[in-house]
Design a protein around this ligand. Sequence first.
Ligand SMILES: [Zn+2]
Ligand SMILES: [Zn+2]
Length: 89
Amino acid sequence: MLKSELEYCMICGNPNPQDQPICACGGRNFIFGNDFTYDNKELVCGCGCKGFVLSFHMNNSPIHTKNYKCVGCGNIVGIQSYHKSPYED
Ligand SMILES: [Zn+2]
Ligand SMILES: [Zn+2]
């Protein structure tokens, strides 16, 4: 699996410790990986490329993980999103 060194909340854009499942802002959607920046909620690979393609999707409800691959260098960045089922309380 992807070993990530960086993690940011996608709601507020702040760095998030990886052992913290919910951001201080209440956000549960995170972007994580290595060698990228997430300034002003814009994902830019360490190689300078902004183009990413979906390479992997895992549905582990309520946590959904998508891996995106940089079209320039192949760097993988993961996005974790939280979708709670409307049928569960
Ligand atoms: Zn946040
Ligand atoms: Zn790249």
